[in-house]
Design a protein around this ligand. Structure first.
Ligand code: CO
Length: 152
């Protein structure tokens, strides 16, 4: 169903839309998640949100090198600390922006089968999850662009 899905590149307007919660944990969702995984790994990304392949659903994935996290309808329950680091985005090739993020998070959501998840995240994983949740709200790294710089 999403076999032909492709990465959406800025300024594609879908990247500015808000995503909707998922209610059906069905084959359609599984197909979406499979397409997201394929596209993220193809592009050597460490995270991806569904709107980045044109689907306005609250689904994110992340893999910073120690396993794949899939989160449906993610919510940040609690934040601690702050750190500024340069981020990139598969949908904004060649751009790096210094973005302040919380260093530790408590999050909730659902896995792909609809099972409730609650977990704590820190370091790079916490950063990637905040970046991907931004995508679900139509927010991009360039929105932090007082710190924008071109990557050569
Ligand atoms: Co991104």
């Amino acid at each position: 169903m999403f076999n032909k899905a492709r990465l959406k590149i800025y300024p594609d307007s879908v990247l500015r839309e808000k995503s909707f919660p998922v209610f059906d944990f069905d084959k359609n969702l599984q197909s979406l998640i499979n397409a997201m995984r394929r596209i993220m790994y193809e592009h050597k990304g460490i995270g991806l949100a569904a709107p980045q392949i044109g689907i306005l659903k609250q689904v994110i994935i992340a893999d910073v090198g120690n396993g794949l996290l899939t989160l449906v309808n993610p919510t940040i329950l609690e934040r601690k600390g702050e750190e500024i680091l340069t981020e990139g985005c598969l949908s904004l090739p060649g751009i790096g922006v210094d973005v302040p993020r919380s260093t530790r998070l408590a999050i909730s959501g659902f896995d792909q089968s609809g099972k409730a998840i609650e977990m704590e995240l820190s370091g790079l994983m916490a950063r990637v999850v905040q970046h991907e949740i931004d995508h679900l709200n139509g927010v991009l790294i360039i929105d932090y662009q007082e710190n924008k710089k071109e990557v050569v």
